[in-house]
Design a protein around this ligand. Sequence first.
Ligand code: GAR
Length: 214
Amino acid sequence: MSKARVLVLISGGGSNLQALIDASLKANSSFEISHVISNRPEAGGLLRATKASIAAEALDHKSFKERAFFEDALARRIDHVTPDLILCAGFMRIMSADFVNRYEGRMINIHPSLLPNFQGLNTHARALEAGVTLHGCSVHWVNADVDQGAIIGQACVPIFPGDTPEILASRVLVQEHRLYPLCVEAVASGRAKLIHGRTFLDGLQGGIALLDNS
Ligand code: GAR
């Protein structure tokens, strides 16, 4: 069976992109990364893509007068590449409903919290502030409601007394790098599907659950 062609959207260092690249290079992988686009020209992830011989380009959102113009240009690039899946990996732009709806069922995001808790920014500081003792990350389908699409998988980590947002972020990131490739593999292989706004794994409603094994 041919591999799913994946386009990855990034904004920063791209450590999740790297985890996805590494997974895609495994012999039995169901997906290949054909293209990476960053909305920030200085994003370190672009170099990771180039090093892996993946087509990489910057589309600087700051060079567009309006968000709609940036989204039009991005959609044109995506539609030129015609990927099977679009993965947001630290892509820090909120996208309009029109843009997101165009790719419904094909666009996936990773978010650094156990959704539906702590949608939005500064998730680690907010988890510490809330006093929760379990935290983590979620991979979900992207829909028009920011950070609210159906969950494909989650990984959880403990919060220890004395943790700072930085310590917590690095503990969660280790799990992001495990979780995202597993979820993408499940979707690319056809095991995980979005049906009527819910995730089904092997035909049953539900997704992937990982516990921190450190
Ligand atoms: C990751 O922690 C990812 O979950 C988060 O940005 C970081 C990107 O790191 N994404 C969001 O906050 C999206 N709302 P990376 O560039 O090293 O993959």
